[in-house]
Design a protein around this ligand. Structure first.
Ligand SMILES: Cc1cc2nc3c(=O)[nH]c(=O)nc-3n(C[C@H](O)[C@H](O)[C@H](O)COP(=O)(O)OP(=O)(O)OC[C@H]3O[C@@H](n4cnc5c(N)ncnc54)[C@H](O)[C@@H]3O)c2cc1C
Length: 408
């Protein structure tokens, strides 16, 4: 029987493993953590609220995710808020049509900019200060990369951040996707089994994990970009590919959940000055009684002193969302996605430079019997999302199935 090892049990790896198993390939999934889902991590607070410590918002155009959710018998719940649509505090009085027109002009300029142009260069051309601050704030927050380090190309779709779009979560937790896929794969999924080395050649692969060495016909590497660079490849990855991986910025982010003394109607509030936002949603399964908040970008993590705890962050939320009921700071939960996390090394990638005739950056190209999956290998505009991870897993599985001679 044909065999394949999949490294990483996030949405990308599990999607790939499931597709391979469906095609009659014997699969082993090696996962470093003690849980599946990777950057999708649903959890409960002590008070029973359903929270998302990682990926939360499923917005418009998530076609592969929609199909997966349906196939697995899961259902979406509407969040009652729209990810792109946030009430600004204090209100700078921005005209929505003007903001959209400015965003469109930025998109056009970003598409025409050279590969070395930076986001700040393009944003500097926005005349209206409040709109410029809004676009800057949204771009840094969504990419989770400090504006100073953000390539102009990431502004090519900045309009999406202001546009109207439905926002959903998977009922019972976004990790339902990973849990269902893992359940289908059964004992093929091995937890707490990090991979450190991959030997690969024309006849097969040998994958070195904590539990031993796995010989297989092929493997799929579905770990985050920065973690891929920690795995030893024998023979090594081509130097130009390593250099290209090094050039891709990887963001840092933090999420906060803090219980409120009473339920709060769904709302999404953003401070462009502080460059972060907060929200409530009945998806918490306690009627909107927890306030969620997101910080994207190292400068804001530092400014809100998240390493010292949530106090400063909660104080700022209280400051601009005065009508909130009392917040229980002692019960707050913070999740940090910093570079020092061994299995992610940050939040997600800000991939740029995907050639027009390609559906992904060359860092995602197959190398003999090794294919690569993960959000950073997704088609342009879908990197850094659940949707991109799922699409990349499907693509990587197709590559391996073809390499191994097709489905049986
Ligand atoms: C805080 C945060 C918020 C986000 N919000 C959203 C959102 O609202 N909407 C959205 O669509 N996307 C969001 N994303 C992005 C989304 O979570 C990711 O794009 C997607 O989950 C990535 O899936 P993946 O399978 O590529 O990687 P991962 O989910 O990271 O899976 C990779 C797996 O590989 C494992 N691994 C790592 N190293 C090894 C090793 N050496 N050996 C074995 N296993 C290893 C990891 O433990 C992990 O389980 C968010 C991400 C973060 C961090």
């Amino acid at each position: 029987m044909r065999t394949c090892v999949v490294i990483g049990a996030g949405c990308a790896g599990l999607t790939a493993a499931d597709a391979l198993a469906e095609a009659g390939v014997e699969v082993t999934v090696l996962e470093a953590r003690d849980r599946v889902g990777g950057r999708v991590w649903s959890d409960r607070t002590a008070g029973g609220a359903l929270i998302e410590r990682g990926a939360e918002f499923i917005t418009a155009g998530y076609d592969a995710t929609d199909a997966m959710v349906e196939r697995l018998g899961l259902e979406y719940r509407g969040m009652g808020i729209r990810y792109p649509d946030r009430e600004l505090r204090p209100d700078p009085g921005i005209d929505r049509a003007e903001a959209l027109a400015a965003a469109h002009a930025v998109e056009v300029a970003a598409a025409a900019a050279g590969p070395d142009a930076m986001a700040l260069d393009i944003l500097a051309t926005v005349e209206d200060e409040a709109i410029r601050e809004l676009l800057a704030s949204r771009s840094q927050s969504a990419s989770s990369v400090a504006l100073e380090d953000l390539p102009a190309e990431r502004l090519r779709t900045v309009g999406h951040l202001l546009d109207d779009g439905e926002t959903r979560r998977v009922g019972g937790g976004n990790d339902g996707i990973a849990l269902c896929l893992a359940e289908r794969l059964g004992s093929a999924v091995r937890l707490e089994d990090p991979v450190s080395r991959i030997e690969h050649g024309p006849d097969g692969v040998r994958v070195h994990a904590a539990s031993g060495v796995y010989a297989a016909d092929a493997c799929i590497v579905a770990v985050p970009l920065a973690v891929t660079q920690d795995i030893i490849f024998d023979p090594p990855l081509p130097p130009e590919r390593c250099a290209a991986m090094d050039r891709i910025p990887i963001g840092q982010a933090a999420k906060l959940v803090v219980p409120a003394a009473a339920t709060v109607p769904p709302a999404a509030i953003m401070s462009t000055a502080d460059r972060f936002w907060a929200y409530t949603s009945p998806c918490d399964e306690v009627g909107g009684a927890v306030v969620g908040s997101w910080i994207g970008g190292a400068p804001v993590l530092d400014q809100l002193e998240v390493d010292a705890g949530p106090a400063t962050w909660i104080e700022r939320i209280r400051g601009y969302w005065g009508e909130l009921p009392e917040l229980d700071e002692a019960a707050a939960e913070t999740t940090l996605w910093r570079r020092d996390h061994p299995w992610t090394k940050g939040s997600y990638s800000a991939v740029t430079g995907i050639p027009d005739d390609r559906d992904r950056h060359p860092i995602g190209d197959q190398l003999g019997r090794v294919s690569f999956a993960g959000e950073h290998t997704a088609p342009r505009d879908w990197t850094a999302t659940i949707e991109g991870a799922i699409r990349s897993g499907q693509r990587a599985a197709d590559e391996i199935i073809t390499t191994l001679g097709g489905a049986t």
